[in-house]
Ligand binder design. Structure first.
Ligand code: COA
Length: 183
C-alpha cells in the first residue's frame, strides 16, 4: 500500500474530522470533542505557524497530525517551539507505520520551518522512538500540572542541537489548547 504524506487544505476538513473521530473512538452520536478541537485549532490565529499533515492511502485520508505554536514563558530567550496534538490513524490502518511516517515527516518539516523544540503530551512508550524525552526533568513545565503518575507523558524533542540545555520555562499553548480540559 502506497502512503503519501502532504499538507492539508480546506477541502480535507471533513475527512480529517472523520479520521480523528474514528481513531479516538468518538461515536456517531456523542460530541466530537477531538474533531472539534482540530477545527478550532486550525481557525485559531494563535496557533500560527502550524503544520497540518494528512496521510493519504487508497484514495482516502487515513491519518492526521497537527503541530501548533507554543511559547516558552520566562525562558529569557526567544525559542521557537511547537506542540504535537493530535496524532490519529484510522483503526483499520493502525500498526502499519503510518503514525511513524506522520511523526517523522512532521519533525522534518518543523526543522525546515525553523522550529527548535517540539512538545507532546502522549503515550510515553510511543514517542521516545522518535527522540522525545520527558520534558519535566529538562525544566519544561506543562501548561497545567501533570500528576506524578503521568509525568513521563509530557515530552520534548530537540530539533536544533543545544536548545534543551539552554532553555527552560513554562509552556503556553495556543488559546484553544490552553484549556484545562485538554490536560
Ligand atoms: C497512536 C497511533 C497514532 C499510532 O499510529 P500507528 O500508525 O498505528 O503507529 P505505527 O504503525 O507507526 O506504530 C505502531 C507501534 O505503535 C504502538 N502503539 C500504538 N498505539 C500505542 C499506544 N496507545 N501506546 C503505546 N504504543 C502504541 C504499537 O504497539 C506499535 O508498536 P511496535 O512498532 O513496537 O509494534 C494510533 O494507534 C492511533 O491513532 N491511536 C488512537 C489515537 C491516539 O491515541 N493518538 C495518539 C495520542 S498521543
Amino acid at each position: 500500500m502506497q502512503v503519501h504524506i502532504r499538507r492539508s487544505n480546506d477541502t480535507d476538513l471533513q475527512a480529517i474530522c472523520n479520521t480523528v473521530s474514528a481513531a479516538f473512538d468518538e461515536s456517531e452520536h456523542e460530541e466530537k470533542e477531538i474533531a472539534n478541537l482540530v477545527l478550532d485549532l486550525l481557525a485559531d490565529p494563535t496557533t500560527k505557524p502550524f503544520l497540518s499533515l494528512v496521510a493519504f492511502a487508497e484514495e482516502t485520508i487515513v491519518g492526521y497530525i497537527l503541530f501548533t505554536k507554543v511559547h516558552i514563558m520566562n525562558s529569557g530567550q526567544d525559542v521557537s517551539a511547537s506542540i504535537l496534538a493530535p496524532l490519529a490513524v484510522k483503526p483499520v490502518y493502525q500498526n502499519m507505520g503510518i503514525g511513524s511516517l506522520l511523526v517523522n515527516e512532521g519533525i522534518k518539516q518543523l526543522k525546515d520551518m525553523g522550529f527548535e523544540l517540539v512538545f507532546v503530551l502522549g503515550h510515553p512508550t510511543y514517542y521516545p522512538k522518535f527522540g522525545f524525552i520527558p520534558a519535566g526533568k529538562e525544566g519544561f513545565e506543562a501548561p497545567y500540572s501533570i500528576s506524578q503518575e503521568h509525568a513521563d507523558a509530557w515530552m520534548v524533542k530537540e530539533l536544533k542541537p543545544g536548545t534543551i540545555e539552554n532553555t527552560s520555562g513554562k509552556v503556553k499553548c495556543a488559546d484553544t489548547l490552553n484549556e484545562p480540559k485538554y490536560w
